[in-house]
Design a protein around this ligand. Structure first.
Ligand SMILES: [Zn+2]
Length: 146
């Protein structure tokens, strides 16, 4: 177990602070994937999110920027997250067998790190919230990690 807190701060980048993007598959009962506005600007029309972008095309009366401090906090967290991932990938066994699941002590936080591989993919997941979680496509004929 670990007591480290890897809770991510708000994703403060160059987009409008109200902008987010819903990724991937969602249930047919909900809205699909796509851009979202936290203050309710409709995002249904093609190009509606243009004013939200880092280099906005068009104008939105509700656009608000993240502060320098918020952006710096996000950048620090993202850098730490990438460093944890690099540490973890470097410590994984070479190579993970296809159709296997295993666990080890997480080299980034001391928690439990689970990893597995199947035909076409691999997943690495630390049990410590927000420490590391990654799922990658891997050619079955190749060794992973390289
Ligand atoms: Zn961890």
């Amino acid at each position: 177990m670990t007591t480290q807190d890897f809770t991510p701060p708000p994703r403060a980048r160059q987009h409008c602070r109200h902008y987010s993007y819903q990724m991937g598959h969602v249930s047919p009962l909900e809205d699909g994937s796509g851009p979202r506005c936290a203050v309710g600007v409709k995002m249904d029309d093609l190009g509606a999110s243009e004013p939200c972008m880092p280099k906005p095309a068009g104008w939105c009366p509700k656009r608000e920027e993240w502060s320098k401090e918020e952006r710096a906090t996000w950048a620090r967290w993202a850098k730490g997250s990438r460093a944890r991932l690099a540490t973890i990938i470097a410590a994984l066994p070479r190579q993970i067998e296809v159709n296997s699941i295993n666990a080890m002590t997480c080299p980034a936080c001391g928690g439990t790190l689970r990893y597995g591989r199947w035909r076409g993919g691999a997943q690495v997941q630390c049990e410590t919230p927000h420490c590391c979680s990654v799922r990658v496509n891997v050619d079955e004929s190749k060794g992973w990690p390289a």
